[in-house]
Design a protein around this ligand. Structure first.
Ligand code: MCA
Ligand code: AMP
Length: 499
């Protein structure tokens, strides 16, 4: 058997009686029990007709069986395609049409609606949720071992959709090598071992919670306290028995907002990692003052996994994202010419290495635009590198809002608004928010005579887009600010509406 990811992350744990997943209901699954469960789930996948290379769409609650499904997908040689549980039916239609999955695994509650969607695409539907999910029930009777399907380093293990500044979401094709190389780098760098216990409060449909948190734990044999979702009370109660927390900046500002969060409470903690959105220097300092720990900030993208990290030993500098990971090259280039810039100059962050994806699913032109022939990927982030290679992100050339660690592409919301009868044009932008980092505002210009209200706009947006993308404020304006070239000046809107 050769299956790059399975052999490295899962197979070494056969017979390992150490705890792997501890769930909200207090149930603990050892590594060995988890592997047996994954094998049972892999049989269900095969029975559903899943062949090597087939996509499995997963929009499901965060349960131990959801993690077993990820392992089973790897073992069966399938391509795991997780989706945000907040996505609406309207959003799902696109993903299912684009990825043409063999199987869709959804929440028990959504079975009827998803089955309707699946019909048009000839996909099977199974469910997860409580003890009644059809996937879990089917797995119960299956054998506890499964013949692992051969997969090489360049075979796809996952397809993760990421929105774009223009057009539709793009599926980032991630190979076994992409995921494994990054897991190895991070586990080494952050010194994760089987003595660690990770508080896992991130969703498992994005790179951060799925790959950074789980693949490193699996590689090291660490214990994972699998929380269904972020819950401040639970985290406070788990901190005294844990060593590791990985989160988005909102996790850390919320912890700091609670007076019980103290140095004593984190006495057994070894490392706090932050990423997915910029961590304010102020949060970094306040965290150190309160706990004595310096948060370790790292930087990554869906297309590249993790790119840079502050050092485990050495200076974790607020406002910087550290150094390129071992085996990963970073350079700063002139966004127009692509020429490498000297240290100290601001430019586009480009990255190359085994961590960089294989391209966008069925979008060769988009791939060619963002992935150079020489292997460097254009991140769309603007940064600067010090003479010794330390990277700071100073902005984005892409029009992106990051709210609570979720990416929101204004274009997607503008498209929905502009389609409303009576709307002339719109501009969606982010303003600073104390909890989510940024929050969304929409400025809308109506056609002459149109009598739409903010409430009308809100009602339409709500039927189309996931809740976290909804503008928290709608402003009907007479015109949008433009520069001499006619381009909408979102920086002016941001300034005007910043509170
Ligand atoms: C929830 N809501 C949000 C967000 N999350 N609104 C805007 N932005 C958000 N991120 C809304 C809900 O729709 C709801 O609205 C209300 O807030 C409360 O919902 P609840 O589920 O209770 O939210 P929460 O518990 O407060 O969640 C906040 C959170 C969560 C814990 C910060 O958003 C989260 O887990 N974020 C992590 C995202 C993540 O994993 N990103 C990694 C991407 P209403 O009440 O009005 O209905 S991977 C990545 O970026 C790269 C690769 C990297 O570098 O890691
Ligand atoms: P995603 O498209 O969900 O993979 O999000 C990737 C984007 O998140 C990056 O291109 C950055 O803009 C942003 N990001 C990730 N980590 C950090 C960080 N530590 N600081 C600032 N931005 C970050």
């Amino acid at each position: 058997m050769t299956n790059t990811l399975y052999e490295a992350l899962f197979a070494p744990h056969v017979g390992n009686s150490a705890a792997f997943l501890q769930c909200d209901d207090g149930r603990t699954l050892s590594y060995d029990a988890f592997l047996k469960r994954a094998a049972q789930v892999a049989h269900v996948l095969s029975d559903a007709g899943v062949q090597p290379g087939d996509r499995i769409v997963v929009q499901a609650p965060k349960l131990s069986d959801t993690i077993a499904l990820y392992a089973a997908s790897v073992q069966a040689g399938a391509v795991y395609l997780p989706l945000n549980t907040a996505y609406t039916q309207a959003e799902l239609v696109y993903f299912i049409g684009d990825a043409s999955p063999r199987l869709i695994v959804c929440d028990v509650q959504d079975e009827a609606a998803i089955s309707e969607l699946a019909k048009a695409h000839d996909a099977r539907v199974l469910t997860l949720g409580g003890t009644t999910g059809s996937l879990s029930l089917a797995a119960n009777d299956k054998p506890e071992n499964y013949e692992t399907v051969d997969r090489g380093p360049d075979d796809l293990a996952a397809l993760l959709y990421t929105s774009g500044t223009t057009g539709r979401s793009k599926g980032a094709m991630l190979s076994h090598k992409n995921l494994l190389s990054n897991a190895i780098s991070l586990t080494d760098l952050w010194e994760i071992t089987d003595g660690d216990r990770l508080i896992h409060a991130l969703p498992v449909f994005h790179t951060h919670g799925l790959f950074v948190a789980l693949n490193t734990s699996l590689l090291a044999g660490a214990e994972v306290r699998l929380m269904a979702a972020f819950d401040l009370e639970v985290i406070l109660s788990e901190l005294p028995h844990s060593t590791l927390l990985m989160g988005v900046p909102t996790f850390y500002t919320r912890l700091l907002g609670d007076a019980r969060f103290s140095q004593d409470l984190v006495a057994s903690m070894r490392l706090f990692v932050s990423g997915s959105a910029p961590l304010l220097a102020e949060t970094h300092r306040e965290f150190e003052d309160r706990t004595g720990h310096r948060i370790l900030e790292r930087y990554g993208m869906t297309e590249t996994n993790m790119i840079t990290s502050n050092p485990y030993h050495g200076d974790r500098l607020a406002g910087t994202v550290g150094y390129a990971l071992p085996g990963t090259e970073v350079k700063i280039t002139n966004p127009e010419s692509g020429e490498a810039l000297p240290s100290g100059d601001i430019g586009m962050i480009e990255v190359r290495g085994d961590n960089v994806f294989q391209g966008y699913w069925k979008m060769p032109d988009k791939t060619a635009e963002e992935l150079r022939d020489n292997g460097f990927f254009l991140t769309g982030d603007l940064g600067v590198q010090s003479a010794d290679g330390r990277v700071s992100i100073v902005g984005r050339s892409k029009d992106l809002i990051i709210s609570g660690g979720f990416n929101i592409y204004p274009k997607e919301i503008e498209d929905v608004l502009n389609d409303i009868e009576g709307v002339n044009e719109s501009a969606v932008f982010g303003v600073p928010h104390p909890d989510f980092g940024e929050s969304v505002i929409a400025a809308v210009v109506l056609l002459p005579g149109a009598a739409l209200t903010a409430e009308d706009l809100k009602t339409t947006v709500e039927t189309q887009l996931a809740r976290f993308k909804h503008p928290r404020q709608y402003e009907i304006v007479s015109e949008l600010p433009r520069n001499t070239m006619g381009k909408v000046q979102k920086n002016v809107l941001r300034q005007d509406y910043e509170t």
